[in-house]
Ligand binder design. Structure first.
Ligand code: GRF
Length: 192
């Protein structure tokens, strides 16, 4: 029998961890033939690590300095797929080379709209509201060496209402992200 796919989840310095939780829960519930092998964080006080500790998920703290790419690759040893969840940097080339077409990211807008350097967190939703767009959503895409430009795997949509605020829109989109991420991982695993 084939072993479950091994996932490495990379979070950011203030990682809240809701996507980590959604992915890990889907694995534990058998919705994905996968397992979170490791959570990689740049610092040891990211909120997402509370969840990782509770669940006994292996963690690695890899600060972004000196031979960062190599150290990330080392931490991700044994992983089949890498999932970015709140990771804010461009991924070092070493990781992209080691996991070709095997790194996914989730972004809180319908890319290619409202993506690119500096577009993260509430800035994205502020821009959506300012644009007057009647629709927003999230995108799960493959990661390459540019911000938010890799092949789109899944997009989930929601309406933007007149009464929406940055907070209400962010909440709706985050809920969509969790489902979209699991669907995208399942698709990539199916192609294995
Ligand atoms: C999400 O909004 C995602 O779109 C972006 O970073 C955020 C991570 O949220 N890339 P969480 O830490 O998974 O809750």
């Amino acid at each position: 029998m084939r072993r479950p796919a091994q996932l490495g989840v990379l979070i950011g310095p203030k990682g809240r961890g809701s996507n980590l939780r959604a992915i890990d829960s889907a694995c534990r519930a058998g919705l994905l033939d996968a397992q979170v092998r490791i959570v990689v964080s740049p610092n040891d006080d990211a909120p997402a690590l509370v969840y990782a500790r509770e669940q006994g998920v292996t963690m690695a703290i890899v600060p972004p300095n000196g031979r960062y790419g190599d150290r990330l690759v080392q931490a991700l040893d044994g992983c089949d797929l890498v999932c970015l969840a709140g990771y804010l940097r461009l991924l070092p080339q070493e990781v992209l080379d080691r996991f070709p077409k095997r790194v996914l990211n989730v972004h809180p807008s319908l890319l290619p709209k409202f993506g690119g350097a500096g577009m993260y967190g509430r800035r994205v939703h502020e821009a959506v509201l300012a644009s007057g767009d009647e629709e927003s959503g999230c995108t799960v895409h493959l990661v390459d060496s540019r911000y938010d430009e890799g092949r789109i795997l899944v997009q989930n949509r929601c309406s933007v209402l007149d009464i929406d605020t940055v907070e209400s829109l962010a909440e709706k989109v985050l809920e969509l992200e969790h489902e979209a991420y699991i669907e995208a991982i399942a698709r990539v695993l199916d192609e294995r």
